[in-house]
Design a protein around this ligand. Structure first.
Ligand SMILES: *Cc1c(COP(=O)(O)O)cnc(C)c1O
Length: 379
């Protein structure tokens, strides 16, 4: 399909139901499918772990949005991450990950995959020479997040795709923070894209899910095999909620990004804020890369409080519209203290985040109200 992004989000994989004319893909709440004679599947479905029509619609839409040939939906972002890692890595293999990787991804690799003989190196991915220096003969994958969480670091996906190709490794990108509306890693040379659809793709903080998209047929077959074999699949209602969320992804991301820019401007001129972390501002060390590979800069904003950790904690408990909570990417604005919440487990490690850091997931409410709320909380 050559349609634009918003059109694909609303229509890809979602033709009116041929049996009833239902404009919206039905929730196919069934575990099994009647056969016309032994082996006589009517529409290619035999059992819902293997395939379900609501899930298929979601998978086709996800693939089209990332400009990939194949999409697979999973029960969570971590299940999708696990499938990609296990589809590619074997005992003795080595993977390079961001030095500020999503905590769950770091835990999966550090606590589970190493037990299966996989080795890993955390590297600051914005430093391409540092990435090259970590490549070994056993390096089979570079795992990228851009922007990262919660420091909003940016990696050059096209350059890292070349580095991976030269090394005979695959480039995997966790595109959760950007969403395919802002950034399309496969078009930049990545081999496979992973999502926590729990965040921007679902977009309403009401469903947990994950996705894998690739155009590599052999890799897709391994992913599909693991999806069916390990069985971490979303149920039909979860698939339907995610598909419903996708329909508005384009307008939501426009608004998230515009609101974030308003919030950033207010924070930048505030005397209690010593630093704003956002890829859209000229002071960001990789702003030029962000401009090159992203449409806008998204809804995630972090900042450092000038008065230290206690003051940062107080801001988090003083906002009225920004809800104090983990997670991100929903229509409602959230605030959190990474050092005590999402990134508490990094305390004392190389990945430790500053105590005065506050992270915002800027929602799609009225920007004036969001700015007013933050200014009141900052005092
Ligand atoms: C939330 C998140 C995940 C994990 O997804 P779940 O749906 O919570 O399993 C992975 N990567 C990133 C960047 C995330 O924000």
């Amino acid at each position: 399909m050559s349609d634009g992004f918003a059109t694909r989000a609303i229509h890809a994989g979602q033709e009116a139901d041929p049996a009833t004319g239902s404009v919206i893909v039905p929730i196919h709440a069934t575990s099994t499918y009647a056969q016309d004679g032994v082996g006589g599947m009517r529409a290619g479905y035999e059992y819902s772990r293997t395939g379900n029509p609501t899930r298929t619609a979601l998978e086709e839409c996800l693939a089209e949005l990332e400009r990939g040939r194949y999409g697979r939906a999973f029960a969570s972002g971590m299940a999708a991450t696990d499938a990609v890692l296990r589809a590619v890595l074997r005992p003795g293999d080595h993977v390079i990950i961001p030095d500020d990787a999503y905590g769950g991804t770091f835990r999966l690799i550090d606590k589970v995959l190493t037990g299966w003989g996989v080795e890993f190196s955390p590297v600051r991915l914005s430093d391409v020479d540092a990435v090259r220096a970590e490549i070994r003969p056993e390096t089979k994958m570079i795992w990228v997040e851009s922007p990262t969480n919660p420091l909003l670091n940016i990696a050059d996906i096209a350059v890292l795709a070349q580095v991976a190709r030269q090394a005979g490794a695959l480039l995997a990108v966790d595109n959760t923070f950007a969403s395919p509306y802002l950034q399309q890693p496969l078009e930049l040379g990545a081999d496979v894209v992973v999502h926590s659809t729990t965040k921007y793709l679902g977009g309403h903080s009401d469903v947990v899910g994950g996705a894998v998209v690739t155009s590599d047929e052999a890799l897709h077959e391994r992913i599909a095999f693991l999806q069916n074999t390990a069985g971490a699949v979303p149920g039909p209602f979860d698939a339907w909620l995610t598909l419903r969320g996708l329909k508005t992804l384009a307008v939501r991301m426009e608004r998230h990004s515009a609101n974030a820019e308003r919030v950033v401007a207010a924070l930048q001129s505030h005397r209690k804020v010593s630093k704003v972390l956002y890829p859209g501002i000229a002071e960001h060390p990789n702003h030029d890369v962000a401009v090159k590979q992203m449409r806008h800069f998204g809804g995630m904003v972090s900042f450092l409080h000038a008065d230290g950790e206690q003051a940062a904690l107080e801001v988090c408990s003083r906002t009225r519209l920004f809800t104090l909570a983990e997670s991100l990417g929903g229509v409602e604005s959230l605030i959190e203290h990474p050092g005590r919440m999402t990134h508490a487990s990094t305390a004392g490690s190389l990945l430790q985040v500053p105590g005065e850091l506050v992270r915002l997931s800027v929602g799609i409410e009225d920007a004036d109200d969001l700015v007013e709320d933050l200014l009141a909380a900052l005092g």
